[in-house]
Design a binder for this molecule. Structure first.
Ligand SMILES: [Zn+2]
Length: 88
């Protein structure tokens, strides 16, 4: 009989615990994600070959603390090479 009461107490404790924990588990939506999708198609200029292309298709590269976007990795390499040569 004692065991049955103990089981009942554990069950009640479980119910209270469940009630306390569940409200905190509600998933929170992030509105920032929707905002990011809108600035996806910004046109940027390749500093090497001077062509315009969509930012998301370009290759992002940080050179001397400045962010540059290149249409291809070839342009990026050539730009870096030209920059290196101009310094010497
Ligand atoms: Zn290019």
């Amino acid at each position: 009989m004692r065991l049955l009461i103990l089981c009942l107490l554990i069950y009640l404790g479980y119910l209270v615990f469940k009630k306390l924990v569940l409200p905190g588990q509600a998933p929170t939506r992030t509105p920032e994600k929707e905002g990011l999708a809108m600035v996806d198609d910004v046109m940027v200029k390749d500093p090497f070959c001077k062509t315009y292309f969509a930012k998301k298709q370009g290759i992002k590269s940080v050179i001397d603390g400045q962010t540059h976007y290149f249409c291809s990795s070839t342009c990026r390499d050539k730009y870096l090479e030209a920059k290196k040569n101009s310094k010497q």
